[in-house]
Design a protein around this ligand. Sequence first.
Ligand SMILES: Cc1cc2nc3c(=O)[nH]c(=O)nc-3n(C[C@H](O)[C@H](O)[C@H](O)COP(=O)(O)OP(=O)(O)OC[C@H]3O[C@@H](n4cnc5c(N)ncnc54)[C@H](O)[C@@H]3O)c2cc1C
Length: 437
Amino acid sequence: MTTPTTTRTSRTTNWAGNLTYSSTEVVRPTTPDELVELVRTSPRIKALGSRHSFDDVADTTGTHVVLDAYEDGRPPVEVDPATGVASIAAGLRYGDVTRHVLGAGRALANLASLPHISVAGSVATATHGSGDGVGSLASAVVGVELVTGGGEVRTLRRGDADFPGAVVALGALGVVTRLELETEATFDVRQDVHLGLPWEAITSHLDEITGSAYSVSLFTDWGPDGAQQVWRKTRLAPGEEGAPGDLFGARPAATPVHMLDGIDPVHCTPQLGEAGPWNERLPHFRLDFTPSNGEELQSEYLVPREHALAGIAALRALGPRVAPLLQVSEIRTVAGDREPLWLSPFDGPTVGFHFTWKNLPDDVAALLPDVEAALAPLGARPHWGKLSHAVAAGAAPEALARLADAYPHLADFRALAERYDPAGTFRGGFVERLLAL
Ligand SMILES: Cc1cc2nc3c(=O)[nH]c(=O)nc-3n(C[C@H](O)[C@H](O)[C@H](O)COP(=O)(O)OP(=O)(O)OC[C@H]3O[C@@H](n4cnc5c(N)ncnc54)[C@H](O)[C@@H]3O)c2cc1C
């Protein structure tokens, strides 16, 4: 008889510390049998990733299950040389997965700003990086293995009827244990930061700016000056070095920089055009350092790309109210999904307006309805894992109505959740509120 190696600890907080989860315990199963037994016997349970969401999307009043000690007997990352598909243990952090993928001579097309986040949690919330031509992290998923309510293990692949609802699923269908991701041949990237890009250049040449590199991020405080920094990640052919290139007069930074004032750029991936592998340049932050500030809150609104300039105008008008609460904002772009994913906000080319706020929860919560109202006419959707009025408990009925309208497949998703989890085991927090819409 094997001794159960599951560990149990008491309740916990999210990474930012702005949320103490309602769960009564955090359980780390180590084998498939332990996980299935846990799901079968827990009246309420929810998967928890690396806890980087700022809202209560991962919350439950029951048991939190974390897969960081889980092993299913397969290699944690396995790349099929014939198809290039990487099968990965879903609880791993991107930073761990990418080392293996690179070791196999392959690459993931896109990464978020930080490698610290779990793959399952990131995919579940449609986490994304930046790039006109690159989709969200969920868009790379071709297979999902999960333990559904009642403990059944199911595998879904692109083309299966339930697949479009099962990728960006907010943990509502079960505990995802394995994900299959598309990869491509490995490539190098150089990262150049440009300083001081005026609004006039941004509003006149936005498409050229975001299209000027594989991945482009504009950092602004919404004040009169435009973007204080533009980070450009240029994809290189083997042996190519590239050059920073002109960016409408913005000057190339002469030393490494952090996008937040007063923080050591040692936290950031190499800049100054030094070429290196994709996994050490596409994220803004290094795995061994704290990402961003650590003392912060975040929000992000995803807007159809054709409304990018109108979104910029709306947020500039709100600038004087936003600025006192802001550490920095990031404007970035995301390609539309190639296959429909029901809860993905990226059903077409998209621009993201991200806010890294000061750690002032009440002030931020008071401002968000106005930010949301300003962007609502443009079809803005809130990031599932960041703070927004619509996703918060107590959201106004019109904010919830906008959310329901923004996702035409919400009823299909609800039906899928009822099939995969008839007892409502995985409901809780925001997921409970969303499924009640
Ligand atoms: C410093 C910082 C920088 C960030 N940068 C970006 C960025 O560049 N781009 C961006 O889009 N977002 C960004 N985010 C947001 C972040 O990517 C998302 O909140 C993401 O969900 C975090 O993944 P996680 O593993 O921490 O998920 P958690 O917060 O732990 O969980 C999120 C959701 O995933 C579900 N989940 C987790 N694991 C599983 C599983 N095994 N099976 C089923 N469901 C599961 C949970 O139930 C929950 O619904 C950032 C966050 C921080 C703190």
